[in-house]
Design a protein around this ligand. Structure first.
Ligand code: BMA
Length: 897
């Protein structure tokens, strides 16, 4: 914000506050001498934690959970260390009790209403205050409030939250559901998890997943005592709605009150940066606790829109709400609002069966580039704002503009969405149901309804959220019969599906939030699924909606096998994290690709061999006789495989945005599975637990670049597409350079005629017959040469748009890749270190690693095509040139065999 803007803002707020102070309040008779405001007393901090038989009795922090409390008291080791997830299974099978003794001031106790507000309870508990049961809980995704007036004493109030093991509860609920089974009963054995997670409203991955451990912990997120005599503001939500009939914006504020005594009030909304404010007179009654305020932005006031990353600014405006009731209670809230529209367009496409599926933000078609988000830790109390910022900034730094918050984890904390708002990351928000069928008995539906209402109200003000989606893969689970349900029984499960996601979740979302699209599932055929009764015949149909596609053993360099989908919301390959990340939770015995530790951490059936089988299609597998080097090289080769596979697949989706071939195409989204990790293990992630980028994440910077040259072969023809996410056209030439593996001097360079690459388009720019290209260049064969290409402005060949891309003309295991010897020197440059690499032949997948010196290389996993290249490293902790040199490992593909 400029200084001038700040001054104007300050002056405006000042004059506004003066106006509010002048608000007339005629009645004062209901004000008593105890004050009128809400007294709040935080009950966070040190509680006592006990297990069932009292053998554990320890101090425990709230917010917190049992595992972090035990670890903090050194009663257990790091739960992520080696096999501890199994050794500590007993913790989740115990019933733990959190208790707190606290005093309450006399004035608070005398107030007319006193409530205990639990921000989050994980998950099944009975809560007593001074020996009296005040409530029970069974859903970690909602907050709870219990009236406790009359139960409080002056000193030594005893608040006890008695948890029941989530595992025991889930089993009991399954058992009680005797009429028919709700599968899956248990996760695959390889996941080493717990059963019946679909019967409990708890992070579904907390009972284990194919990338994560089973730690169904118990804990509390935040507890507060609130006392008042007249009225309390429970929640407020501000959102912006575009009124297309009047062509103007409305700011809509919804207030939820807890009312003891009906009262009138004077409320004011202020948008200081737009110099707007409006007053409202409200009558607030106990039976009408929700109130709406609408502020219309006059059409002569221009607002700056909020745009996704890469498409414009992420403008947000401050919004103040001030209020005062006749009972002299005052309110003040401060939030941000942003103006943007979003539409999901599903309409017929000429020359194609099916429907389009793309997002339009502020009327502009946007290709969604990004990944899928999973919980950043099994113990949510350990996820800090810094962790979130580092991960989300990493997404933006890789040119992403979208993330899908996947339905098997948690609705993320407020900071997550605020960061996405700030960074321009569009969020596809799933509701928390994944890979299972779910029960629909009354109390389950009721708790889900409350969860959905609370979450939508909490999150709807965030411009980053562009779509709600009912669940992960549950339409597909029924449609393609994951659980072997006899045909005759299927209607019952379809009925349950429609009851839960359509009649309840969708109905609530439509009522609470008219500003965003709602999809019942992912993947889904969208409008077509709805037509087919919400469970389509084939939810993976590339002619409709979004798809998830995995194929671990077919050759990922062959783009023909990828579905030319409308929208790729999941696709991926596993890899192992780096040695430095793994060595934090392992010991030398474990450092072998087939050790029991390596088997144990792999939660996906045959995952470790699949990685090597896919890698072996194109690379010679590591074969060092030095066991440690062999292990490190094996980790490396899995990252090479993953990075190159996802690059091939993502480039295919990006170049398919403007084409329909055999009825398929117009792809408008590529969200690979998955961005982040929950622990240190093999997974589909591009960022390791701890924040270190895998090779995939480094390659994503290029393959998600706003302007990109994509090269591929079809029938011996090299085709080069230009892909642009820009809204302006570019007049470009394509420069194709052919290199021999043995030399850094190009064999030949060809420059195309100028060609117009329109904004928001992918198109063929140039094509060459590969045999002719190799022949004309001379001295070249598929084995001895590789091709690079880039896009430059026709009028100015020095101005390159996007990265320099490359294509291997044969598998690298069959190529003439030569042994390399890369020399490195390091120099300090302020807080940054410059690594200068020198080499005399072409090196591929060059990987710089400085062990446990956390930080980020500006580039990594690259093709080294010049004799000298400097790569900067940003450390996240103090280090020295000496330490960096000591810990530096440089690996390129030719070094592993
Ligand atoms: C997808 C996801 C996750 C899973 C991933 C990898 O389908 O929705 O359930 O982790 O596949 O198997």
């Amino acid at each position: 914000m400029t200084v001038q803007r700040k001054v104007v803002l300050f002056a405006f707020i000042h004059s506004f506050l003066f106006t509010v102070a002048l608000c007339r309040h005629s009645r004062t008779d209901i004000v008593d001498d105890q004050g009128t405001e809400v007294e709040t007393q935080s009950l966070n901090g040190k509680w006592i934690l006990r297990n069932n038989n009292g053998s554990f009795n320890l101090p425990a922090e709230v917010p917190g959970c049992v595992h972090t409390a035990l670890q903090k008291q050194n009663l257990i080791q790091d739960p992520y260390y080696r096999f501890n997830d199994l050794d500590y299974r007993w913790i989740s099978l115990e019933n733990w009790t959190y208790s707190l003794t606290f005093t309450v001031p006399h004035a608070t106790r005398r107030m007319k209403r006193v409530v205990l507000v639990f921000d989050g309870v994980d998950t099944v508990s009975t809560i007593t205050l001074n020996g009296v049961t005040i409530g029970t809980t069974n859903n970690m995704f909602r907050s709870y409030e219990f009236a406790v007036g009359g139960l409080l004493v002056a000193n030594d109030n005893i608040l006890v939250v008695s948890f029941m093991s989530a595992v025991t509860y889930a089993a009991q609920r399954d058992h009680a559901h005797s009429a028919y089974k709700v599968p899956p009963a248990c996760p695959p054995l390889v996941q080493k998890g717990e059963c019946h997670v679909n019967f409990i409203r708890k992070a579904q991955c907390s009972f284990s997943w194919d990338w994560g451990p089973s730690f169904p912990t118990q804990g509390l997120r935040g507890v507060e005592l609130q006392a008042f005599n007249f009225i309390r503001l429970q929640s407020s939500t501000a959102s912006t709605v575009w009124d297309s009939s009047l062509s103007c914006w409305n700011v809509e504020v919804e207030l939820s009150f807890d009312v003891v005594v009906a009262t009138d009030g004077c409320f004011t909304l202020v948008l200081p940066e737009l110099k707007l404010f409006q007053k409202f007179q409200l009558s607030i009654k106990p039976d009408q606790p929700r109130q709406s305020l609408h502020l219309q932005i006059p059409s002569n006031v221009s607002v700056d829109l909020w745009w996704p990353n890469g498409h414009g600014q992420q403008t947000q405006y401050l919004l103040f709400m001030e209020g005062r009731t006749e009972s002299r209670v005052t309110f003040h809230t401060e939030t941000k609002v942003a103006f943007r529209t979003v539409e999901l367009v599903q309409e017929p496409i000429p020359s194609s069966p099916g429907l389009s599926f793309y997002f339009q933000v502020n009327g502009r078609l946007i290709f969604l580039k990004g990944s899928n988000w999973i919980p950043a830790h099994a113990f949510q109390d350990l996820v800090t704002p810094d962790t979130l910022r580092n991960l989300l900034q990493s997404a933006v730094d890789a040119n992403m503009n979208a993330l899908r918050v996947w339905g098997g984890g948690v609705y993320e904390q407020d900071t997550f969405y605020s960061l996405c708002d700030e960074l321009g990351i569009m969020v596809w928000q799933d509701f928390m149901f994944a890979c299972a069928l779910y029960p629909t008995e009354q109390d389950f539906i009721e708790t889900v309804r409350e969860e959905v209402v609370q979450q939508v109200r909490r999150l709807k003000s965030h411009p980053s959220i562009i779509v709600w989606s009912g669940n992960n893969e549950n339409e597909a689970a029924i449609a393609t019969d994951w659980f072997g349900i006899p045909v005759a029984e299927r209607p019952r499960y379809v009925k349950d599906y429609v009851t839960l996601y359509v009649e309840n979740i969708r109905a609530i979302v439509k009522k609470e939030d008219s500003t965003r699209p709602f999809l019942v599932s992912s993947p889904t055929n969208g409008a077509e699924s709805e037509k087919e009764g919400f469970v389509a015949h084939n939810p993976y149909d590339p002619h409709y909606g979004d798809t998830h596609f995995y194929s671990y053993l077919s050759d990922c360099w062959d783009w023909r096998q990828f579905p030319r989908t409308r929208f790729a919301s999941e696709y991926g390959f596993q890899s192992w994290p780096s040695f430095s990340t793994l060595s934090k939770v392992s010991k030398p015995d474990d450092w072998d690709y087939s050790s029991s530790f390596s088997e144990h951490r792999q939660h996906h059936e045959l995952g470790n061999s699949q990685m090597l089988l896919q890698a072996a299609l194109h690379y010679i597998l590591p074969n060092s006789t030095d066991a440690l080097k062999l292990y490190r090289d094996s980790l490396y080769i899995t990252q090479v495989m993953q990075a190159q596979c996802i690059k091939m697949q993502t480039e295919f989706y990006r170049r398919s945005r403007s084409e329909i071939i055999n009825g398929e195409g117009n792809t408008m989204g590529a969200l690979y599975w998955q961005l982040n990790d929950i622990w240190q293990g093999p997974s589909w992630s591009s960022i390791e637990f701890g924040g270190k980028w895998k090779m995939l994440h480094h390659l994503a910077v290029d393959f998600f670049s706003p302007v990109l040259a994509v090269g591929f072969e079809e029938n011996e023809t090299l085709k080069i597409y230009g892909v642009s996410d820009l809204s302006t056209d570019l007049n470009l030439t394509v420069t194709v350079t052919v290199y021999q593996w043995s030399s850094l001097t190009p064999v030949c360079t060809l420059v195309s005629d100028p060609c117009m690459l329109k904004g928001g388009v992918a198109m063929l720019m140039i094509q060459y017959s590969v045999p002719a290209l190799l022949r004309d260049c001379g001295k070249c064969s598929r084995h001895s040469c590789l091709v690079t290409f880039d896009l430059r402005e026709s009028a100015n060949p020095n101005s390159q748009h996007g990265p320099t891309s490359h294509l291997f003309l044969t598998s690298l295991k069959d190529s003439g890749l030569l042994p390399v010897n890369i020399k490195a020197s390091v120099e300090r440059d302020g807080d940054v270190f410059a690594f200068t690499l020198q080499c005399d032949v072409v090196a591929v997948f060059v990987w710089l690693d400085v062990e446990d010196i956390a930080g980020r290389f500006e580039s990594n996993g690259f093709l080294l095509l010049s004799q000298k290249r400097t790569v900067r490293f940003h450390p996240w902790r103090p280090t020295t040139v000496e330490e960096l040199l000591k810990k530096l490992h440089i690996t390129s593909l030719r070094d592993v065999y």
